[in-house]
Design a protein around this ligand. Sequence first.
Ligand SMILES: NC(=O)c1ccc[n+]([C@@H]2O[C@H](COP(=O)([O-])OP(=O)(O)OC[C@H]3O[C@@H](n4cnc5c(N)ncnc54)[C@H](OP(=O)(O)O)[C@@H]3O)[C@@H](O)[C@H]2O)c1
Length: 244
Amino acid sequence: MRQIWPPHEAQELDDDALERLYTYPDRRWVTVNFVSSADGALELGGRAVALSNEPDQRVLRLGSDLADVLIVGATTAMVEEFVGAHPDEATAQRRRRHGLAPVPPTAVVTTGSLPLDAPVITQAEVPTIVLTTESAPVHARDGWRDAGATVLVVGERTVDLVAAVDALAERGLRRVDSEGGAHLFGAMLAAGVVDELRLTVSPMLVSGVAGRIAAGVPIEPARLELASLVAAQDTLLARYLVRR
Ligand SMILES: NC(=O)c1ccc[n+]([C@@H]2O[C@H](COP(=O)([O-])OP(=O)(O)OC[C@H]3O[C@@H](n4cnc5c(N)ncnc54)[C@H](OP(=O)(O)O)[C@@H]3O)[C@@H](O)[C@H]2O)c1
């Protein structure tokens, strides 16, 4: 892997240098990870994994390894078969080195579609956090709790993502790694809570009807600053900062 931007930091990246590049700032920080085909598709055959490759998986893993908490939309949690983080020894060592809790919880945003027996709740090592609304059925909130989740009500009809990020920070979960999907990203952008986008451009053209990485209500266009660009053969891995 070679860092090619900014020009004065152009260098070959060994594991340590890549980890340094992808370490979160030591403060509240919300990062969003996506892989896209070169023609802008966010999935292939309904899953992101078909667009992903080894360099993308490396930076995705750094995103979760170095975060306090992962956050996903209910659809992504199910479609991408999230089961909570299960750190291997390398991740456990990395997290110890960075003074992080052994296992980052996963937070799922939902108004009720998340099944009570979702594997992201039932197979998690530490309690999954369900970020939901007052409008969510009481039996669903009770059911998620009974299945082992921590249920936080943050919003009336939709999850108030500013309040959600605040609620996570109050629990010491400041560095947030969003792993999708598009509607959650659109809602996060509308709420103005995104600090960084980590976008892998996969060297593929897929055409078809796949959506883009952000969806939902239109927003005032957000300006991005390219913080770093890494090339791994044909794959481009960008880190953009969202200008406020
Ligand atoms: N290329 C990539 O890197 C990547 C990454 C992740 C996912 N994906 C793909 O993205 C697709 C899924 O994306 P998606 O946009 O359909 O779903 P999504 O964003 O993962 O989840 C949408 C659901 O999240 C909940 N949600 C989101 N924002 C909310 C808010 N503000 N308040 C309350 N609930 C909120 C809602 O759940 P309720 O219906 O329960 O209200 C909504 O239906 C899949 O095809 C997946 O493979 C791609």
